[in-house]
Design a protein around this ligand. Structure first.
Ligand code: 6PG
Length: 258
């Protein structure tokens, strides 16, 4: 299926369950990377942590999909990372490495880990330097794909509602201070996430249904959600929802299982 990236399209797709949602996500990853690698020999993706994308990551490293991706031309970045060592159980890098990066032939130099263990400020600065080395010194990076999740209260990456990180308009990566030092994070900023050619949100579970309804249906209080600037940036945004997360959308939009 052609997955041509068209400017400014917001697509909502509802799947029966997380498994079918994850298979669609891996299809988007494979087809979008294949198309862009064939066009310009490179593909950059920023991935998220959390539990929702774990099946996707396992699929990417599986016998079924591993050899369908041009890994040697892919650059893997993170949308955010906790301020813990890479071997820590909470490390987003560790989850991705164990699920697929350790199983695919992506060159080490193409894995652009956020060094959260350096602490929120130094980690953010070093990541910004890495982003500048890869994408250039001018303007905001243009990721080919960003894979994002959604928290129950509407956060994405480590951009939480009402956090100061939302105010970053120049920096590419900033600290996200939380209630405890080991909960502090480093996150890409909204200008970077909004600049991606294609943002794919993977959202599963009834606990996300209220945030999904507010973001995708409510006109009045939509701008309190960090994802709004990503939605309205005029790029390609795809929402992959399971039925539970879409429960309050009220349109019975169950379509296209994988
Ligand atoms: C992270 C993610 C975060 C996540 C949401 C949803 O590092 O945890 O970047 O934004 O996507 O918290 O998490 P779940 O997928 O576990 O619901």
């Amino acid at each position: 299926m052609e997955t041509a990236v068209t400017e400014g399209r917001i697509e909502i797709r509802v799947f029966p369950d997380l498994e079918s949602l994850s298979h669609e996500a891996v299809h988007i990853f494979v087809e979008t990377s294949r198309q862009l690698i064939s066009e310009r020999k490179s593909f950059s993706v920023a991935i998220s942590g959390g539990s929702t994308p774990r099946m996707l990551y396992t699929l990417l490293g599986s016998d079924q999909y591993r050899d369908t991706v041009g890994w040697k031309s892919i650059h893997v970045f993170w949308a955010d990372e906790r301020c813990v060592p890479p071997e820590h159980r909470d490390s987003n890098f560790r989850h991705a490495f164990e699920s697929f990066l350790s199983k695919v032939p992506v060159p080490d130099k193409n894995i652009h880990r956020i060094r959260g263990e350096k602490g929120p400020e130094q980690g953010a600065q070093e990541y910004e330097n890495e982003l500048r080395r890869h994408f250039g010194m001018e303007g905001f990076p243009v990721f080919d794909l960003v894979l994002l999740g959604l928290g129950e209260e509407g956060h994405t990456a480590s951009l939480f509602p009402d956090s100061t990180a939302l105010n970053a308009t120049v920096r590419l990566a900033v600290p996200a201070y939380r209630d405890r030092p080991d909960h502090n994070r480093v996150t890409l900023t909204l200008p970077v996430l909004s600049n991606a050619l294609h943002a794919v949100f993977m959202v599963s579970g009834i606990s996300k249904s209220r945030a999904i309804a507010n973001i995708l249906m409510q006109e009045q209080n939509r701008d309190r959600y960090p994802v709004e600037p990503i939605q309205s940036a005029g790029r390609n945004v795809t929402w992959l929802l399971d039925k539970e997360a879409a429960a309050l959308l009220g349109t019975g939009r169950v379509c296209c299982s994988a």
